[in-house]
Design a protein around this ligand. Structure first.
Ligand SMILES: C[S@@+](CC[C@H](N)C(=O)[O-])C[C@H]1O[C@@H](n2cnc3c(N)ncnc32)[C@H](O)[C@@H]1O
Length: 343
């Protein structure tokens, strides 16, 4: 899921409907593979001390990064030779169950009824669309991404559950820009894992927000995540061991305060000493929460609310995984938050 820029034209693959770039599940080869639930240990968490996003357990400076061990590959489930970068990404980075819980509960708290239609921008492997539709027989989802590779991967690996439930027709994927018009007004539209940071110009981001606003159903919400904190733009590596036997490395490679440009990479390291370097690379602009709130209001949203994570009962230096409305937040070393914008 390397970054694709702006409104670059993309041609469909043979699996995509060449007329409109859409991909319908009923057109796809049968697969019974189940969605693999991300490890329960993964939650979006804040840290008040020296750590950062996605529940890290301490930074490693670039200089202190330790080489991995050298055991024979056959003893290890994942190696650079056999691992699939999209599977590793999903295991390390995504938690669709907790995200869908948050989206559903937040919409219900605001509107007193269940949301039904989801639009997932920058959907990649469309894990969120699949989780959404697997939750309820009435749910539908549409996903948008410019890169055919993760879309193809997702249809092969993430659709087992919806197919088993007979809900194939309730998920539609489009090889289109996140700014493309939708097919149905969403109750909930999302841009997850900071993907909208690829819009580096103010006018570009504002335009995206206006399109998101206008697309929503009555009472619809637009939800983005973001992260920050005193260490949010430090140049550093964060290593995290993932259940199943590999290490996820988040590499904040370069930050330019004059432009806000932020270069980040994801690497995967394995117990046998092998590595996949730069599996994913991002060229973002870091957007602060306050300026995002201003932009969202300018785009027409009637109410924009930040949701920060509460404190862990036993250790107030750690987050508890529960996100509550909080317009100010707390100046942690690292925090993750949602921004919920009401039409
Ligand atoms: C960080 S990944 C996000 C994957 C997944 N949705 C998640 O939450 O982890 C960013 C995705 O955005 C896609 N992308 C980049 N520019 C885009 C654009 N203008 N419109 C739609 N998708 C885009 C990339 O192809 C990539 O799959």
């Amino acid at each position: 899921m390397a970054e694709s820029l702006g409104s670059q034209a993309v041609s469909g693959t043979i699996d995509l409907d060449s007329r409109n770039g859409s991909l319908r599940l009923q057109d796809l080869p049968d697969s019974t593979e189940q969605v693999r639930a991300p490890p329960r240990t993964f939650t979006l968490s804040k840290t008040k001390s020296a750590t950062k996003k996605n529940e890290p357990k301490g930074h490693k400076s670039k200089a202190s990064k330790k080489p991995s061990g050298g055991a024979p590959p056959s003893r290890h489930r994942y190696t650079a030779a056999n691992a699939d970068k999209y599977e590793l990404y999903q295991l390390a980075v995504q938690s669709p169950d907790t995200d869908v819980d948050f989206l559903t509960e937040t919409y219900e708290a605001i509107n007193g009824r269940k949301p039904r239609h989801l639009r997932e921008d920058f959907c990649g492997t469309s894990l969120m669309c699949c989780e959404w539709v697997s939750r309820d027989a009435e749910n539908t989802a549409e996903g948008y991404d410019l890169d055919p590779e993760p879309l193809e991967w997702g249809k092969e690996h993430n659709f087992g559950k919806v197919r088993k439930l007979g809900r194939e027709k309730q998920v539609e994927l489009y090889l289109e820009d996140a700014r493309a018009p939708g097919r149905k007004a969403p109750d909930v539209r999302i841009a997850q894992n900071f993907s909208y940071w690829l819009f580096r110009e103010r006018a570009e981001l504002l335009n995206y927000f206006k399109l998101a606003h206008d697309s929503l159903a009555e009472d619809g919400i637009f939800v983005m995540d973001l992260y920050g904190g005193t260490e949010g733009t430090e140049e550093m590596f964060e290593e995290r061991k993932i259940e199943g036997g590999f290490t996820y490395v988040w590499d904040q490679d370069g930050y330019y305060p004059g432009t806000g440009e932020f270069f980040c990479n994801i690497h995967f390291h394995f117990r046998d000493g092998s590595k996949i370097e730069n599996a994913f690379q991002y060229h973002w602009r870091v957007w602060g929460m306050a300026e995002l709130k201003d932009l969202l209001a300018e785009a027409g949203f009637s109410q924009v609310t930040s949701y920060f994570e509460g404190d862990d009962e036993d250790d107030e230096e750690e987050g508890n995984g529960i996100f509550e409305p909080d317009q100010r937040g707390e100046n942690c070393a690292s925090w993750i938050a949602y921004l919920v914008s009401q039409k």
